[in-house]
Each structure stands twice: as C-alpha cells, then as structure tokens.
Design a protein around this ligand. Structure first.
Ligand SMILES: Nc1ncnc2c1ncn2[C@@H]1O[C@H](COP(=O)(O)OP(=O)(O)O)[C@@H](O)[C@H]1O
Ligand SMILES: [Mg+2]
Length: 265
C-alpha cells in the first residue's frame, strides 16, 4: 500500500511494542493518551476525550459504547481520520497520523479506513458496480482491475446477481451490503462502522452482523460504534467510554459464556 508521507512504514511491519501475551498480531490502530478538548469560551473547556489509550489489532472486532455525551462520536471522528486529537497520538498502521495536514489525513482516510454509515451513503444514480468503484475513482484507479474487484466483492457480500441494480431497487439490507463491499474496495486496514444497522429491522440487522462474522474469515478488522447492546455483544470486545475516558474493556466472549454458566442452578 502506497503512503505519500516520507519514511512511511508499511502497514503492519514496524510495530516494536513487545508482545505481552500469545497475541502478537500487528497493531493497526492505536490511541496513545488521546485528548480532544473543545474550547467553548474563556473558562470553558469540554474534555470530550480525556486521555484515551487503546489498541486495535489485526482481525479484532471491537465495539465502542457509552452513554450519550461519553465521547463516542469524538472517538469515531478521530478513528476515521476526520478529526485530530488535541494531544496524544493516533497511530494507523504504526504511523502517527495525529499531526498530519488535511490532505495527508484525507489520504489516510481514503486508503486505510473503510467507512460504513447508518444511512448507507450510496449514490442513487449509480449501479451497484459503479458505487463500488467510487472510492477508487477518487484516486484515479478505475479500470478493468477495479471492475473485477468490484464484481468479486459484490459477490462476496451476496450481491453477485444485483450488479446493475441501483440502490432504490435494493432492500435496506442489500444497500448496506453494497456499502460494506464499497468499504472493502481499498483493502483498508480496518472497517469503521457508525451505527451500521441503525436503519435496519432486526432480521436485517442480524443478516448484516452475520456478514461481519463471515468477513472475519478473511481477517477483516472491524470497529463499530453503537448504542445497541445487541449489536455490541456480537463483537469480541466492547470498549465502554465514560466522561471521555475508557471506563472498561469487556471481553464479550467471556461475558456470554459466563451468562451461559449462570443459567444453571
Ligand atoms: N464540536 C463540539 N464542540 C463542543 N463540544 C462538543 C463538540 N462535539 C462534542 N462536544 C461535547 O463533547 C462531549 C462528547 O460528545 P460526543 O463525542 O458527541 O459524545 P457521544 O457521541 O458519546 O454522545 C459532549 O459533552 C459534547 O457536548
Ligand atoms: Mg454521538
């Protein structure tokens, strides 16, 4: 993957943090004591994020939760390279991107992060295939290769027979599948989902969460921000924010097996 900045490390190879457990997978996104403060007036600073440190490793599936005002959107914006920390580091693929200018940050966003939005954000006039090619279009990389890739990914998300359909001709779940395939077009380091199932009924929600599970077979890394505990518990871990800090990190796999055990008298 080509990154414009000087001495850019390759995506996964340069992390020097010693593995503390059996888990030596590369860290692909990392917050190091991230603060995001909003100065609202002479004496009023809102500490939306107030010293958050966390890591996402290759293949992780992480949910971010917290009450309204806890800092979720602020964290999502920084994770998505839409905003910068006031202080601290945000490392993507081993490279600190927290001080990049807007153009370089936008490159990181376009190349390294696959966004999935609640409202799908597909272009209504374009077909499924054309929508999938949009991220590469902006990088001047549309051609036979991108077409092949779009066909492959459409098939991968179960839309191999809908290539020429327009978004209006698809169900909500199908539209979100298109958006997921689109998010994968650039081979991002991770998928970043903002309430990805918030506009879907519960059956369709399950279908999309099943698709996330399926994508993990290809070592796709997923970070979701959600209000919905049912959505979050499908992730391996839930990071709970509270007042701009990490309140706790819950291993949902342990939590669900504990709940299972608790069922026995
Ligand atoms: N652009 C902004 N300017 C000032 N304060 C903000 C801004 N965005 C968020 N905040 C404040 O930061 C805190 C965290 O907000 P946010 O990240 O939106 O939380 P959440 O998404 O969990 O509801 C809140 O107190 C909010 O009012
Ligand atoms: Mg929010």
């Amino acid at each position: 993957m080509v990154v414009k900045a000087p001495a850019a490390p390759s995506a996964a190879a340069t992390e020097t943090v010693a593995p503390v457990s059996t888990d030596a997978l590369p860290i692909i996104a990392e917050f190091v004591d991230v603060h995001r403060h909003y100065v609202m007036g002479k004496d009023n600073v809102v500490r939306a994020l107030n010293g958050v440190s966390m890591q996402v490793k290759k293949g992780d599936y992480l949910a971010i939760m917290g009450r309204s005002g806890s800092g979720k959107s602020t964290m999502l914006n920084i994770l998505g390279a839409l905003d910068r920390p006031t202080s601290g580091e945000y490392r993507v693929g081993g490279r600190d991107v927290s001080k990049l200018d807007d153009d370089d940050l936008s490159d990181v966003r376009g190349r390294e992060i696959g966004f999935i939005f609640q409202s799908f954000n597909l272009i209504p006039q374009l077909t499924v295939l054309e929508n999938l090619e949009v991220p590469l279009f902006y990088q001047g990389r549309v051609g036979p290769e991108s077409r092949k890739k779009a066909e492959y990914l459409a098939d991968r998300v179960g839309l191999g027979r809908r290539l020429e359909h327009k978004p209006m001709e698809l169900s909500g779940g199908q539209q979100q599948r298109v958006a997921i395939a689109r998010a994968l077009m650039n081979d991002p380091l991770f998928l970043l989902a903002d309430e990805a199932t918030g506009n879907l009924d519960s059956n369709t929600e399950k279908e999309i969460l099943d698709l996330f599970d399926d994508l993990r077979k290809d070592a796709v890394t997923i970070v979701i921000v959600t209000h919905n505990p049912k959505v979050a518990e499908r992730a391996d871990n839930t990071l709970w924010l509270r007042d701009g800090k990490v309140d706790r990190l819950v291993d949902n796999r342990l939590a669900s097996s504990a709940a299972g055990d608790g069922g026995h008298p």
